[in-house]
Design a protein around this ligand. Structure first.
Ligand code: RB5
Length: 145
């Protein structure tokens, strides 16, 4: 799969580690966001990732900040971006199956690296449900409020 990963300074170490593992697993990984560990605003990390996804340059996005909260709030401001903050493999599976999430958000200060990788693998390995009620609910997510 084509993936884009982005983070602020708090997430860069986990981002780099995940890029190594996901590349070894056969995924094509593009990185945007913080260039190093100096202070970097998490909304900017989300904006850069959404830009790549919106241009169709990646299938899924992975956003990382200290908690995963800030990056997910910002990503979900965009139409057609469904960003799910996940702390368990069950949440990652449901984010794909029921919510058709196209971005997963992770907290580098919440999860261990192996835990984060397992969550990402579950996310990438789960298909969106085609059951009509689930499809209809996902469509409602993009409806104007
Ligand atoms: C940075 O200190 C921290 O606020 C950020 O990584 C994130 O957790 C925000 O939601």
């Amino acid at each position: 799969m084509k993936l884009v990963l982005s983070s602020d300074h708090a997430g860069i170490e986990m981002r780099k580690w995940l890029v190594g593992k996901l590349t070894s697993a056969g995924h094509a990984c593009q990185e945007v966001g913080a260039p190093d560990e100096s202070s970097y605003d998490y909304p900017d990390a989300s904006d850069e990732l959404v830009n790549v996804l919106a241009q169709g340059q990646a299938d899924y996005g992975i956003l990382i900040c200290g908690t995963g909260i800030g990056v997910s709030i910002r990503a979900n401001r965009y139409a057609n971006m469904r960003c799910a903050l996940c702390t368990t493999e069950y949440m990652a599976a449901m984010a794909r199956e029921h919510n058709d999430a196209n971005i997963i958000a992770l907290g580098s200060r919440v999860l261990g690296t192996e835990q984060a990788l397992a969550i990402v693998h579950t996310f990438l390995g789960t298909a969106a449900s085609q059951v009509p009620r689930h499809v209809a609910r996902v469509e409602k997510l993009s409806a104007p409020v």
